[in-house]
Unconditional design. Structure first.
Ligand SMILES: NC(=O)c1ccc[n+]([C@@H]2O[C@H](COP(=O)([O-])OP(=O)(O)OC[C@H]3O[C@@H](n4cnc5c(N)ncnc54)[C@H](OP(=O)(O)O)[C@@H]3O)[C@@H](O)[C@H]2O)c1
Length: 320
């Protein structure tokens, strides 16, 4: 396990918001907790008691605790634990996985009940669910996230939604080749005509941008989109970049939108989800086909130009 770079017993800032993070044993949640501590926020982590019998999870929790986080035992299904945890903070960030998104409903009720939460960042951290028009191919993957957005808005809970698009750890290691774990060195499949742009973000960078939003009035009740220069590429550009790095041209096969849709329908769920994400990102262009400002959202690198991030090229270098 990677060492935390946060100084042990680092002092909390008395002026920063106190943050409760739910889901710190996930990769993203762990990065969010580290970023919160790094920015000197009083940091609280709600973890389920079952985590302590898992060596990998308990090691993560110990590292966060050693770095100054307060570990609270509880669950989204235990209202008392939620209310007690929420009373100690004014910001909540949830990173439960996409299948558990609706489990945030009791959290929303508890946030309403305590009345002290000034910012809620629900579990999304992907493509903007309100912009994914993929006609029921995703088994409710995006509509569940939209349902949570509507509930948050109806309840009048101050919020920020993080639309970071694809994680680099997902799809990029294979150069967007379903079923592969490493990038191809001979042949590559390009979906659509290869000109539509998608976005990849490193999870650690997503965490740093997320933490930057919590006390920022510019992000209140907004969607924060992450589309940094160097991280928005079409499949043609991605393949070209890889070809330059390995010094070799790949043999290309193009899959039309129609053929991809056919393959998605023929492949059982959840095995077809990679193709659904590729269809939404690189064929329909739902991550990049709109102007952020005109949409009423805000863009991360414009708001926080000082934050350093991993570009796609830098990530591809690690795959050589
Ligand atoms: N953009 C992308 O490409 C991409 C890809 C993958 C994930 N994501 C996003 O990343 C985030 C994490 O997803 P993941 O799949 O990595 O998650 P995960 O590893 O499955 O972890 C889920 C976390 O939620 C916690 N949790 C689950 N049920 C809970 C409950 N009832 N009470 C309290 N905690 C509970 C789990 O705790 P336990 O340890 O107790 O189980 C764990 O810490 C999500 O927002 C997801 O949408 C984005």
């Amino acid at each position: 396990m990677e060492e935390l770079t946060i100084a042990k017993n680092k002092k909390w800032s008395s002026t920063s918001s106190s943050i409760l993070i739910i889901g710190v044993t996930s990769n993203l949640g762990f990065e969010v907790a580290k970023a919160s501590l790094h920015a000197s926020h009083p940091t609280f982590c709600l973890v389920r008691s079952s985590c302590f019998s898992d060596p990998h999870k308990s090691q993560k929790i110990q590292l966060l605790s050693d770095s100054g986080a307060v570990i609270l035992q509880g669950s989204l299904h235990d209202e008392k634990s939620l209310v007690e945890a929420l009373k100690q903070v004014n910001v909540v960030i949830c990173t439960v996985n996409s299948k558990q998104v609706l489990d945030q409903k009791p959290l929303i009720s508890a946030i309403k009940k305590v009345g002290c939460i000034e910012r809620f960042i629900p579990s999304e951290f992907g493509s903007d669910p309100d912009r994914m028009h993929i006609s029921n191919m995703d088994q409710g993957f995006y509509s569940r996230k939209s349902e949570i957005r509507r509930l948050v808005e109806v309840e009048g809970i101050p919020h920020t939604y993080i639309s970071c698009n694809f994680f680099m750890s997902y799809l990029l290691p294979s150069l967007v080749q379903p079923g592969l774990k490493v990038p191809p060195r001979d042949k590559v499949t390009i979906f659509g005509d290869g000109t539509v742009k998608g976005v990849f973000m490193n999870e650690r960078d997503v965490a740093a941008f997320t933490i930057s939003t919590v006390d920022d009035p510019r992000t209140l009740n907004k969607v924060l989109y992450l589309r940094p220069p160097g991280n928005v590429l079409s499949m043609n550009e991605l393949v070209e970049s890889w070809e330059c790095k390995i010094g070799k041209q790949l043999e290309k096969t193009y899959v039309t939108e129609e053929d991809l849709l056919k393959k998605i329908k023929e492949t059982p769920y959840p095995d077809n989800m990679e193709m659904v994400f590729i269809y939404a990102g690189f064929v329909k262009g739902f991550q990049t086909c709109f102007d952020v400002e005109a949409s009423g959202g805000v863009e991360g690198t414009s708001l926080y130009p000082y934050l350093k991030y991993t570009t796609i090229s830098m990530y591809l270098d690690t795959l050589l």
